[in-house]
Design a protein around this ligand. Sequence first.
Ligand SMILES: [Zn+2]
Length: 303
Amino acid sequence: MTTNQNIIACGRTVDIGTEVVLWQHAEGYTCPHPRGRRSCSQHDVQLNDAPTHEHSQYQILDLDTAYEELKQSVHQFVLHYDVCYSSHHCHQILKDSTFKGSHFYLDLDGTIYQTCDLYWKTNTAPADDRQGNERAVHIEMANLSWQALAEESDLYHAPKDLYRKVRGRWRFDLPEKYQEKLRIPDFKAFASRSYGERGYFSRRINGRTVRMWDFTEEQYEALIRLCFGIHQLLPKISLKVPFDKKKRRTPLGKIKNFSTFQGILGHAHVQGGKGDGIKKKYDPGSAFNWGRLRRALAGEATG
Ligand SMILES: [Zn+2]
């Protein structure tokens, strides 16, 4: 198995100090539907639009010019939950679509998968102005979110609740066919935090109640390292998250300056939904620990 800790933008690498599986690796996942960004000029413009072309056609011409253009145009890192059992499952779902993708996946065991050079655009979140993907890098973080409650599971029809309390912690009972595809196949996924007796978190986001268990400890640790690495490569993505100074917390729903914000934010922050086919979004959801990420980015100790 290849060991790598680098992420890549226009051929430049940064070591983020945690395991990254790249698309070129045998065990990696290749973005099924990359696109060219309109503000970048180092590729054939036909690659900006559908349909998806042969992967060999996605060539970056001059890497130095490409990197300068990319640094100027990309200023958001957008976090998503994937509503999937694992990153392997998420990749299958994206492959089945005709246009979707995501630069990164973050699996339950904390493994980061990079699916293409950050030069390319992935269609992950149009945002309310339909320009969301042009200015962003995206990550799909493995978490079933509301699907984890059997009574609310309509996509994958979970026959029973998939989280069980084991010695005071909530464990995700991953079906065997997904468990064996993890990079660490005997990994046991526990929610990093739990809410009271019931375990799952429940908050209203953009008009809907989102019930979900927390991400794993391994996911938070890897995500924090990834945020620093992305900022190093693309400095306009500031090390900050949306924050309501009066309420002293990160809002969960759409923010006013969603298109100009420079930093790390959630899909729900940029996409409150509009009547013309832009869906309401809720991710990364009610359990995501924004306070922890905010403190870590500010250089404060987390735990
Ligand atoms: Zn999303």
